[in-house]
Design a binder for this molecule. Structure first.
Ligand code: SF4
Length: 500
C-alpha cells in the first residue's frame, strides 16, 4: 500500500489556490485571511464535530478537528453559532445509525434559519450506498457527504462544498494509500490513541465493518514509532493502539507482527502504559500473550470478544475459532497473568441460535468469569450476510436471553470487583467526575473505573489507590500516593505520600 504525507498533499492543494501556512500553522491567503474565513466569509468561523461509535471513529474525529484547526476553524463548544457541522457516523448498530440520521433531520431547522451554515456527514454510515441514496433523496440540506477513506481530503472537500451548487458527494470504495502525518487535535490529558492498522478482512457475517472500513492496511512500524516518540516528547504517558483487529497487525508487512510492535513501543522512554483495542481471538497468538506478560508497560487487560459459546453459532458468525481454542487462549492468559482483567463482547439471539446454544454461552461466561462484558441482542445490519438469513428467534426470546446473560454477568462483575476491596491498585487519575463533583475518576491498569476523593494536582498523574468498596461497574477508593508528573517506571517506589 503506497504511503503519502498529508502535509505535502495539502501544500500542493493550498499552494495552487494562493494559500501559504502562517506562523500559527493556519493556511492563509495573501490578504491574511484563513482558509475558513475566506470560505465562510465570517470573521471567526467555528466548527462543531459530533462523533458516534467506536474509538476508531473518535480517532478519525481527532484528524478532522486537527485539519479544521489548520484551516482556521475554532472549535465550537456546542452547535450554537457554529458555521460548519460535521457528523461522523457509525454503522455498526442500528441505534447509532438512527441517532445520526435523526440529527441530520434536526439540523434541517438550523440550515433553514442560517442557510450559510455548511453541514457535512461522514464516517462509516456514508460508506454504505443506501445511506448516500437516502441523504440524496431525503436530506438535500446536507452540503457534503464523504467517507472513511478520504477524510484526509477535508480541505478539498470543504472547498467543493462551498463552491458547488448541488450537494457534494465523494465516497471512496477503498483506500488507495495510507496517509501519514495527519494533524490531530487530541483530547486533553496524557492519554492518546494511535492507529496501527486500518480496515478488517475477517468478514464476520453480522458485521458491516469490512464494507465501511475496507481491507486491512498496517501502518509501517517506523511511522508508528515516530508518532509514539513524538507523543512521549509532548508529555503523553498512555497510548492505546487502535485497529479493528490489532492482532492482525503486520500480516501485510512481512515478518513483523503485533508482538514485535509492542516490544518496540515499550522501549520508548516516557511512555508508561500501553493499551490496545480491539483484539480478535483467532489472531491472538501465544507469542503475543507471552510478549504482553514480559512487557510491564503493556497493561494487563485482555478484551477478547467471544460473541458466542456455541461452536455452531461461531461457525455461522464466521469467527474462525472454536469454543475450545478460545478457552485455551484464556487459559494461556490466566497462566501467565493470573490477575489480568478479561472482558468480552457477546451477541445473543443470532439467527437460528437455540436455547441449547445460548446455554453454552452462559456456561462459557461462567467458566471464564469475565470482569465485564458488552452484551448485545442481535439485530440485522443491512449489507451483511446474516441480514439475508431467516431469523426464527423471536424478539421476545432474544430479549429474555439478553436479560439472563446480563443478570449472570452483573453478578460476576460485582464478585470480581469485590475481590479487589482492600487491595492497592496503580491508577491513572483523570480528573473530576462529570456526575459527582468533588470526586475524581481514575483507571486502573486493568481498565477498571475507580472513584476517589478529589485531590488537588492529581489530574493526569499516576497514583496508587486503596480500594474501599465495590459496585458492579465501579470501585471506590482513596489515593495513597500520587507520583510526580514525569513518573518513574512501573514497579518503582511511589513518591509524594499523602499520609492516608
Ligand atoms: S473482526 Fe468481525 S466483528 Fe470485528 S470488525 Fe472485523 S468483521 Fe467486524
Amino acid at each position: 500500500m503506497p504511503v503519502v504525507r498529508y502535509d505535502g498533499r495539502t501544500e500542493a492543494f493550498m499552494g495552487a489556490r494562493g494559500y501559504g501556512r502562517g506562523l500559527d500553522g493556519v493556511w492563509r491567503d495573501a490578504a491574511g485571511r484563513s482558509f475558513a474565513q475566506a470560505l465562510s466569509g465570517r470573521p471567526s468561523p467555528s466548527a462543531w464535530v459530533r462523533t458516534w461509535g467506536c474509538q476508531m471513529n473518535e480517532a478519525d474525529s481527532e484528524a478532522l478537528r486537527g485539519q479544521l484547526q489548520g484551516l482556521g476553524y475554532a472549535e465550537a463548544a456546542d452547535e450554537t453559532g457554529a458555521d460548519l457541522f460535521l457528523l461522523n457516523t457509525c454503522a455498526v448498530r442500528g441505534s447509532a445509525a438512527e441517532h445520526a440520521l435523526g440529527e441530520v433531520g434536526r439540523l434541517k431547522q438550523v440550515k433553514t434559519e442560517r442557510p450559510e451554515v455548511v453541514l457535512g456527514v461522514c464516517g462509516c454510515l456514508t460508506q454504505m450506498s443506501e445511506t448516500v441514496e437516502y441523504l440524496r433523496r431525503h436530506a438535500p440540506h446536507v452540503d457534503l457527504i464523504f467517507g472513511t477513506h478520504n477524510l484526509h481530503d477535508l480541505p478539498a472537500l470543504l472547498h467543493r462544498a462551498h463552491v458547488e451548487e448541488a450537494q457534494t458527494v465523494d465516497v471512496w470504495d477503498q483506500a488507495p494509500e495510507t496517509v501519514e502525518h495527519l494533524p490531530l487535535r487530541r483530547a486533553a490529558g496524557v492519554r492518546a490513541w494511535v492507529n496501527i492498522i486500518y480496515g478488517c478482512d475477517k468478514y464476520c457475517t453480522y458485521c458491516i465493518v469490512p464494507t465501511t472500513r475496507g481491507r486491512e492496511r498496517s501502518r509501517r512500524p517506523g511511522d508508528i514509532l515516530a508518532e509514539v516518540e513524538a507523543l512521549a516528547a509532548q508529555g503523553y504517558r498512555e497510548i492505546t493502539l487502535l485497529g479493528q483487529n490489532v492482532n492482525s497487525y503486520g500480516h501485510d508487512l512481512g515478518t513483523y507482527d503485533f508482538a514485535d510492535l509492542l516490544r518496540d513501543l515499550a522501549a520508548v522512554p516516557g511512555i508508561r502504559w500501553i493499551r490496545y483495542t480491539t483484539s480478535h481471538p483467532r489472531d491472538f497468538t501465544p507469542r503475543m500473550v507471552e510478549m504482553i506478560a514480559a512487557t510491564p508497560k503493556v497493561c494487563e487487560h485482555f478484551h477478547l470478544p467471544v460473541q458466542s459459546g456455541s461452536d455452531r453459532v461461531l461457525r455461522w458468525m464466521n469467527r474462525g475459532y472454536t469454543r475450545a481454542s478460545y478457552l485455551q487462549l484464556v487459559a494461556e492468559v490466566r497462566r501467565l497473568l493470573p490477575h489480568a482483567t478479561v472482558t468480552t463482547d457477546l451477541i445473543v439471539g443470532f439467527p437460528r441460535e437455540t436455547e441449547a446454544d445460548f446455554r453454552e454461552t452462559l456456561a462459557l461466561v461462567e467458566e471464564v468469569g469475565y470482569d465485564n462484558a458488552f452484551t448485545f441482542q442481535y439485530s440485522p445490519r443491512a449489507g451483511t450476510p446474516a441480514a439475508r438469513w431467516e431469523d426464527p428467534v423471536p424478539p421476545e426470546v432474544k430479549k429474555e436471553r439478553l436479560d439472563r446473560l446480563n443478570a449472570l454477568q452483573y453478578a460476576l462483575s460485582r464478585r470480581r470487583n469485590e475481590a479487589l476491596v482492600g487491595q492497592t491498585l496503580e491508577v491513572l487519575v483523570e480528573g473530576e467526575s462529570r456526575k459527582d463533583p468533588g470526586v475524581f475518576t481514575a483507571r486502573s491498569r486493568g481498565n477498571r473505573l475507580v472513584l476517589v476523593p478529589g485531590a488537588p494536582g492529581a489530574e493526569w498523574r499516576f497514583a496508587h489507590a486503596r480500594i474501599t468498596s465495590a459496585q458492579t461497574w465501579t470501585l471506590r477508593g482513596v489515593l495513597v500516593d500520587i507520583e510526580h508528573a514525569d513518573a518513574s517506571p512501573r514497579g518503582s517506589e511511589p513518591v509524594a505520600p499523602l499520609g492516608a
